[in-house]
Design a protein around this ligand. Structure first.
Ligand SMILES: Cc1ncc(COP(=O)(O)O)c(C=O)c1O
Length: 403
């Protein structure tokens, strides 16, 4: 049977990661994958996570099956984290289902859209997170794009609003709530207001992907746009990942949130997601969810986690600022300003595919072909080298022309 399988395409990000693994140069630098690295270049287990794991190990008594929505305490804790505490808010008309990390949440919500209205059009940003289109298309949805980044490296408000004015009432618009991957470009609060006005006026459903909250301007600031949208629109979908802000990458922890206009609609949506999960993996893994719940339900541990998250965020912005200083000193002030204004783990360098290849070949610096680099992955003592590499490939231009 397997002889019939034509050679399938491989994943370009993981291909680069494997290539990096075989690169024997000591100075090699991996800025491909989106993981936080501390000043030594390692991705440590957060202290709050370690403490929660110790507590769980001491008190764990059973590994019995959970229900199809996973760990209910985790779902409630994440609903409160995302929507904010207090009764009477959007959380009162929401349901949450634990998922296999953010990817699982995106896929479960995509399945929910397809079960509700097959062939629905979902709008994604251009450029988008590499897995958005494949996930949506695998679920049977149509994909269209809206502009996101302006030529000066800022947010393209007029381009986005113009493109989205073509979205119809029955469409869904996928928005990254903060720290846009891959550009690092986020809308201002006024821009978010304009997006909300459009959603209310035209009736399309916002679908917010939250993968980096806490790593841009701070946890509450990063969730402000999502909470504002949730107050304004009758229906909304939210995919939440705990991979980055709890450092639980391999524990595959996340949740899918649905906000509806009526309790019945929300209940139906929850059951539809449970049904989808049942045919995929039945229920999600418990460990990461138990860790997050232990942290969020304990005031002291929650405060410790938030403090650690602030340190991570501070390191990312310090890396951005330092890279900008170095690039400015090397005569690339305009590019530096854009990088300094962007938010979160990623930015796209203003380099062509050929120049990104040169960075890899000549400087052992690995970013994606499209120019994306993980700002959180640069050890402090390598920032100057990165700036020099970027400046050198910019100064010599691209003999092949554009990207
Ligand atoms: C924008 C965005 N959404 C979702 C995800 C999925 O994250 P995970 O499945 O690891 O939680 C990522 C991961 O990089 C991402 O960048």
């Amino acid at each position: 049977m397997l002889e019939l399988l034509p050679p399938p395409p491989t994943d370009p990000l993981w291909d680069l990661t494997y290539e990096f693994g075989t690169d024997e140069r000591l100075e090699r630098l991996n800025l491909v994958l989106g993981v936080y690295r501390d000043h030594t270049g390692s991705t440590p287990v957060m202290a709050a996570v370690r403490e929660a794991e110790i507590r769980l190990a001491e008190r764990s008594e059973s590994k019995e099956y959970r229900g199809l929505s996973g760990n209910e305490a985790f779902n409630q804790a994440l609903l409160t984290l995302v929507m904010g505490p207090g009764p009477g808010g959007p959380a009162d008309r929401a349901a949450a289902v634990q998922t296999v990390a953010g990817t699982g949440a995106l896929r479960l919500l995509a399945d929910l859209i397809c079960r509700t209205r097959p062939g629905t059009t979902v709008w994604i940003s251009d450029p988008a997170y590499v897995n958005h289109r494949p996930i949506l298309e695998a679920a049977g949805l149509e994909v269209r794009t809206y502009r996101w980044r302006a030529a000066d490296g800022g947010f393209d408000a007029s381009g986005m609003l113009h493109d989205l004015s073509g979205a119809r009432r029955e469409d869904v618009v996928l928005l990254q709530g903060c720290c846009h991957n891959p550009t690092g470009v986020d809308p201002s609060p006024q821009d978010w207001e304009a997006v909300a006005e459009l959603a209310v006026r035209d009736g399309w459903v916002p679908f917010v992907d939250l993968a980096y909250h806490g790593l841009g301007d701070g946890l509450d600031a990063d969730l402000r746009a999502t909470r504002m949208l949730a107050e304004r629109v009758p229906e909304m979908l939210i995919a939440v990942s705990c991979s980055k802000n709890f450092g639980l990458y391999s524990d595959r922890t996340g949740c899918a949130i649905v906000l509806g206009a009526s309790r019945q609609a929300v209940r139906h949506a929850e059951t539809a997601m449970q049904n989808a999960a049942r045919t995929l993996y039945s229920m999600p893994p418990e460990h990461g969810a138990a860790v997050v719940t232990t942290i969020l339900e304990d005031d002291v541990l929650r405060a410790a986690w938030r403090a650690e998250l602030d340190v991570m965020r501070g390191r990312i912005s310090a890396n951005r600022a330092e890279l900008a200083v170095c690039l400015t000193a090397l005569g690339h002030g305009a590019q530096a300003d854009a990088l300094a204004r962007q938010k979160g783990m990623f930015s796209m360098l203003p380099l062509t595919a050929h120049q990104m290849l040169r960075l890899r070949r000549e400087f052992a610096i690995y970013g994606t072909t499209a120019g994306r680099v993980n700002i959180a992955g640069i050890p402090a003592d390598r920032i100057a080298c990165l700036a020099q590499g970027i400046a050198q490939v910019l100064d010599t231009g691209d003999p092949l022309g554009g990207r």
